[in-house]
Design a protein around this ligand. Structure first.
Ligand SMILES: Cc1ncc(CN)c(N)n1
Length: 230
């Protein structure tokens, strides 16, 4: 009886929660990076922030076709029509995000047309491009999509959380990904991923878990880049 109950509970917990318990350090490494800690404690070097902003603009431009490719996979492979609305919401919000990057860059005197992608950025955009292949399963692609979004949500929410000393001029940036609305969107993605993983084959589960860890590494490399540790 006891054993039955714990198995039931495990089912309710969801695969993502079990991964987060199994791999706390990689997740913490990506969401509590020194760059984020320096925003939160106010010691951030503005040159690092500007470098992150410029590189992230290029990343987001590459992220748009990736999210569009996840939308196509959802249309072809999903067992739930509601997935498309969640992903479509993500695509739509990226238009506003790109405009925001342009405004923010001009505020900081950054000429976006002159930004050259650094190595870690090129590598990460290469990963996005590889995930656009029709050979990559919807479950694996949507897992990557969720991790990419949740790292920013967890990181920037920490910068505006209780006790933070984030400089006023960086608060809008932190709000963009640290807001309640963005957290809700990430939760919707997480629900899709958990549902898909519950039905996945062992092989697909392994692929998705490897992707989860891979993306966390790419995120750390991306933060490192902005601190000059390419
Ligand atoms: C590198 C990176 N990772 C995630 C996000 C959030 N879409 C982003 N803008 N940039």
């Amino acid at each position: 009886m006891m054993e039955q109950k714990s198995k039931e509970e495990e089912k309710k917990v969801g695969v993502i929660e079990t991964w987060l318990r199994k791999h706390p350090l990689p997740f913490k490494g990506a969401t509590r990076h020194p760059l984020i800690l320096s925003i939160r404690d106010g010691s951030i070097d503005i040159a690092s922030f500007k470098s992150w902003l410029a590189q992230d603009y290029l990343f987001v431009r590459a992220f748009v076709p990736f999210v569009a490719s996840v939308l196509i996979k959802a249309w072809k492979e999903s067992d739930e029509s509601g997935d498309m609305e969640v992903i479509l919401g993500g695509v739509a919000s990226l238009e506003d995000e790109i405009s925001w990057f342009k405004r923010e860059a001009s505020k900081w005197g950054i000429s976006l047309s002159e930004v050259v992608p650094q190595q870690a950025n090129k590598k990460y955009c290469g990963l996005l491009e590889s995930l656009m292949s029709p050979d990559v399963e919807y479950t694996v692609a949507i897992t990557a999509f969720w991790v990419i979004e949740v790292v920013y949500q967890e990181s920037f929410a920490y910068c505006i959380g209780e006790g933070s000393k984030t400089p006023q001029e960086l608060k809008e940036t932190c709000e963009r990904w640290g807001s309640e609305a963005f957290a809700k969107y990430c939760q919707s993605l997480q629900n899709i991923v958990n549902r898909r993983l519950q039905k996945a084959s062992d092989e697909e589960l392994k692929k998705a878990e490897r992707m989860f860890l891979n993306v966390l590494e790419y995120e750390v490399d991306f933060w490192n880049m902005s601190r000059g540790n390419v």
